[in-house]
Design a protein around this ligand. Structure first.
Ligand code: ADP
Ligand code: MG
Length: 702
């Protein structure tokens, strides 16, 4: 880890129209009205918006901005922006700079080219963007960016932000109901916060440009194992290379200017792999910031003649990149509801929230799995070299024993203290970092937050947060419904906690999640193991899930079906692009290299024989034969892959198509890859022009 010294307080947030700037530049009453809107999520009046817009424009122009944009997050996984300049003709052939309240709060980008999963055909092409004032406006590339939610003409969500805000609302509502039962009335709002840890690879841009597969698919479609991989474990937390350091320095500074608390950075396990983690923020802001992190990683890498790879598995046989989201819920009074607290009362409240999360994860394993499903992440979850795709919770031995004791009414002894009766005795303080920081668990309790570790590195974190917020809201709703009817709160609370532990303890697993025996054990426990995206996605439209989303107004039935279609389409498209890229690379690069080398060997054999028939040419002949046999196999497998990519196009049903891409096209690609990788090891590097794994992974070496 390195600390980069610079004038951080001086630059931090300097490109953000944040609270301090608002306070300084807005009239008092307008500032107050805006703050109220932000705090209560209420509507922003147009007269207020006009004043805010004008102040924002003046500030932005002083900072060099010429344009503004509604910055939004369509279902492409990345952000979108359409720039308009502030210029307005003044009638005398001159121009003035203007920005109205209307332009601030609402935009109308043409929605027709963004994925809508069928929503487009039933609604107008027009889409609306609406400012989310809880996420501050900022300046990027001389453009004032206004974080917005993106909806169709009739208000259906076309983006990641809208359902995220709705899920935060649902969680807020249900958590407040539960807190009221505990007599907590000072809290006005409950929010979920997230700290995302982002992994990525950095390689030299020149090498990147020589690999069409990296350029078009984000991952290498072939490549034999390098002689040195990550086995020496010398990269993890190792000294950071100068070029990487320069990149990180600029990245941090740009992020700080945008108000992102970029905090830790270090080398990861694989060569060329790194991680960046900012300090946690409210879910919607953390999401906006993570999008900025990914975007800036790419653009700043390019400035340093580097390429940043965000794909989940750029290299087979080398660790892939994931993203961990550290998730917690707290009140506007700063009380973390996943913090055990000091009094029996706080402990009881903590236990209820804890078992709510346990139940939510168990009841909705399928949705959590869906939230991390993608063609890229399939290489990490459930693949040979990665953790299984099973969702389970790590609690640590101590907390698990406490739950056991509660469930069985036995005494729990810890450091001379005996437990316990819910709401009567104090929980022991369990140290946050006990021996068992289990890195193999997909969902781990880490003292006062949960860490969900199954996300792919390229994901928008909004998807998994929407699911987490909503499923926990749903369980809190069930708990509140039950306890609000109770005449004996303490006794019924205790019963509810015990019952929940009994019913859902199967989801708790503190052992090694990477061990094969866990797969069997999980099956015995009846836990889901949805290995691939096509296997996982149908859960999204399962009636129990559709009903839950609708109940909490996070997705309408129509919206969830549209997302399902988009996700299936994205999956099929990703594999299709990979297959076409592979076919192209084999035809244009692999086969010519093989032919050239075969030709060279054949000529050598002929020349040798011409000198004298007695000269032995068997090493060359053996090699040529070996390559010839592999080329034959290459031709067959290439033909088969080509046939499959054409054949699947006739499939009309989206799910069947995705399955066919997995079972036929992807499998054919894997077979073809094996031959190419064998050939790579035999062909001379004079002919093999595609950079090898070693050349890519060690391309940044100073
Ligand atoms: P690790 O040891 O897994 O790298 P850290 O303790 O460094 O974890 O924290 C990782 C992330 O968790 C950071 O983004 C941090 O800000 C975030 N985090 C810490 N506390 C909380 C919390 N209460 N809620 C949400 N995220 C948190
Ligand atoms: Mg972590």
């Amino acid at each position: 880890m390195v600390n980069i010294n610079s004038n951080i307080p001086g630059i931090f947030g300097s490109m953000v129209f944040g609270d301090a700037v608002m306070k300084e530049r807005l009239p008092k009453d307008i500032y107050k009205a805006l703050k109220k809107t932000i705090a209560n999520g209420t509507h922003l009046e147009l007269d207020v918006a006009n004043v805010v817009a004008s102040a924002m424009k003046d500030w932005a122009i002083e900072k060099g901005a010429t344009h503004f944009t509604h910055w939004f997050q369509p279902m492409t996984g990345i952000t979108a922006e359409k720039h308009d300049s502030f210029i307005v003709p003044d009638g005398d052939g001159q121009a003035i700079m203007e920005f109205s309240g209307k332009a601030l709060v609402k935009g109308e980008p043409d929605a027709s080219s963004f994925p809508s999963g069928g929503l487009r055909t039933t609604f107008e092409a027009r889409g609306y963007t609406a400012w989310d004032p809880t996420s501050y406006a900022f300046i990027k590339d001389n453009t004032l960016c206004i974080p917005t939610a993106f909806c169709s003409y009739s208000g259906e969500a076309l983006d990641m932000k809208t359902p995220l805000l709705r899920s935060m609302q649902a969680l807020n509502h249900q958590a407040l109901r539960v807190l009221h039962l505990f007599g907590v009335t000072d809290a006005k709002r409950v929010v979920s916060s997230v700290g995302p840890e982002q992994e990525y690879f950095l390689i030299d841009k020149d090498v990147f440009l020589k690999r069409p597969d990296l350029m078009y698919c984000g991952r290498t479609l072939f490549g034999a194992r390098p002689p040195k991989g990550q086995e020496m474990e010398d990269h993890y937390f190792g000294a950071i290379k100068h070029r990487v350091y320069e990149f990180m320095k600029e990245l941090n500074e740009e992020l700080w200017k945008l108000g992102v608390y970029a905090k830790t950075q270090h080398n990861e396990v694989a060569p060329a792999q790194h991680e960046l983690a900012p300090i946690y923020r409210e879910s919607n802001i953390a999401t906006d910031h993570n999008q900025l992190v990914m975007e800036l990683m790419k653009s700043i890498a390019a400035k340093h003649n580097l390429a940043c790879l965000l794909h989940e598995k750029p290299f087979a046989g080398v660790n892939g990149s994931g993203k961990h989201i550290n998730w917690s819920i707290s009140t506007d009074k700063g009380i973390n509801l996943l913090e055990p607290g000091d009094t029996p009362f706080e402990n009881a409240q903590f236990l209820l929230f804890l078992v709510a999360v346990i139940k939510a994860v168990d009841d909705y394993q399928d949705l959590l799995r869906v939230s991390v499903a993608s063609a890229g992440n399939d290489h990490r979850l459930g693949a040979n070299e990665a953790p299984p795709a099973i969702v389970s919770i790590f609690l640590g031995d101590e907390l698990t024993e406490i739950l056991n004791a509660l469930e069985n009414d036995t005494l729990y002894e810890c450091k001379g203290k005996t437990l316990m009766e819910i709401g009567a005795t104090v929980l022991p303080h369990f140290p946050k970092d006990t021996t068992d920081r289990n890195r193999t668990s997909p969902f781990a309790f880490t003292g006062n937050k949960f860490e969900f570790r199954m996300l792919g590195s390229s994901f928008s974190i909004a998807g998994p947060i929407i699911i987490l917020n909503t499923i926990v809201a749903e369980v809190l709703r069930q708990f509140a419904d039950e306890l609000e009817k109770s005449n004996d709160f303490k006794s019924d609370l205790s019963k509810l906690i015990k019952r929940t532990i009994k019913q859902h303890k199967r989801i708790i697993f503190n052992g090694n999640g990477y061990d094969q025996s866990w797969v069997k054990e999980a099956e015995r426990r009846g836990l889901l193991n949805l290995k691939t995206t096509p296997e996982a996605l149908p859960a999204l439209i399962h009636p129990k899930n559709v009903e839950m989303f609708a109940r909490h107004r996070v997705f309408t039935e129509h919206e969830i079906h549209s997302r399902y279609d988009i996700l299936l389409e994205n999956y099929s498209k990703a594999i299709n692009i990979e297959a076409l890229t592979m076919i192209d690379m084999v035809n244009k690069q692999v086969i010519p290299a093989v032919l050239d080398y075969e030709n060279e060997l054949a000529e050598l054999i002929i020349r040798k024989r011409a000198i004298s028939p007695d000269i032995i040419a068997s090493p060359e002949e053996n090699l040529l034969n070996k390559i010839a046999r592999l080329s034959e196999c290459l031709e067959k497998r290439l033909e088969y892959l080509t046939e499959q990519t054409v054949a699947v196009r006739d499939i009309k049903d989206n799910l069947e198509l995705a399955k066919a891409y997995r079972e036929r096209v992807y499998m054919a690609m894997s077979e073809l890859r094996l031959v190419v990788d064998e050939l790579e090891l035999l062909i001379s590097s004079r002919h093999w022009k595609i950079p090898t794994y070693a050349e890519i992974l060690y391309s940044v070496n100073e």
